[in-house]
Design a protein around this ligand. Structure first.
Ligand code: PNS
Length: 165
């Protein structure tokens, strides 16, 4: 008799900061895996100016997901596929908010599979209420003094207020 292997998923991103949309995708993924690794990339494929340094993003995310011990937040450097392979992940998860996300996501999924044949990418749709949300918009609105209280959870809001007060 074979022992069932636990299902491990990696959810990579910049998470600068983690939004309610990211949270939604992470919690939906947790329903279909045993262990979810939410992984902050130290090198992103898109060059962006960052708001929070990686250690602070991780600290925030660990507070956000503190209620679920099967969600681990870690950072990784180098290629996502190398990290996913080291973690023995069966799949990589990414959120798809709209058709406009598809091209970039599809390109990454195909490249990742070229780099490692075991890289299966699964796309999850967030709740429609979060379909317009992005970390870059949250950063911009918060920097300009707008209320982002319904887009991020309390640990994020606290850091944003501290940063822009
Ligand atoms: O949240 P983002 O910024 O859209 O996430 C992009 C991310 C971090 C998933 C992507 O840039 C990535 O996988 N970076 C790690 C380096 C890597 O493997 N690059 C090749 C991707 S095909």
């Amino acid at each position: 008799m074979t022992t069932p292997r636990s299902i491990v998923a990696v959810y990579p991103g910049s998470f600068d900061p983690v939004t309610r949309g990211h949270e939604d995708v992470a919690r939906r993924t947790r329903r279909v895996c045993d262990r979810l690794i939410v992984a902050v990339a130290e090198s992103s494929s898109q060059s962006k100016r960052h708001l929070f340094p990686v250690p602070e993003r991780l600290e925030i995310m660990r507070e956000v997901f503190a209620d679920d011990h099967r969600i681990e937040c870690v950072s990784f450097s180098g290629l996502l596929v190398d990290f996913a392979r080291r973690m023995d992940a069966q799949f990589i998860v990414r959120g798809l908010r709209a058709v406009s996300d598809f091209e970039y996501e599809f390109q990454m999924a195909q490249m990742n599979r070229e780099l490692w044949d075991g890289a299966e990418t699964v796309f999850l749709a967030p709740d429609v209420a979060n379909s317009f949300l992005s970390a870059s918009l949250v950063r911009e609105v918060a920097a300009l003094g707008g209320d982002v209280g319904s887009f991020v959870s309390a640990p994020v809001l606290k850091r944003l207020r501290r940063r822009f007060s």
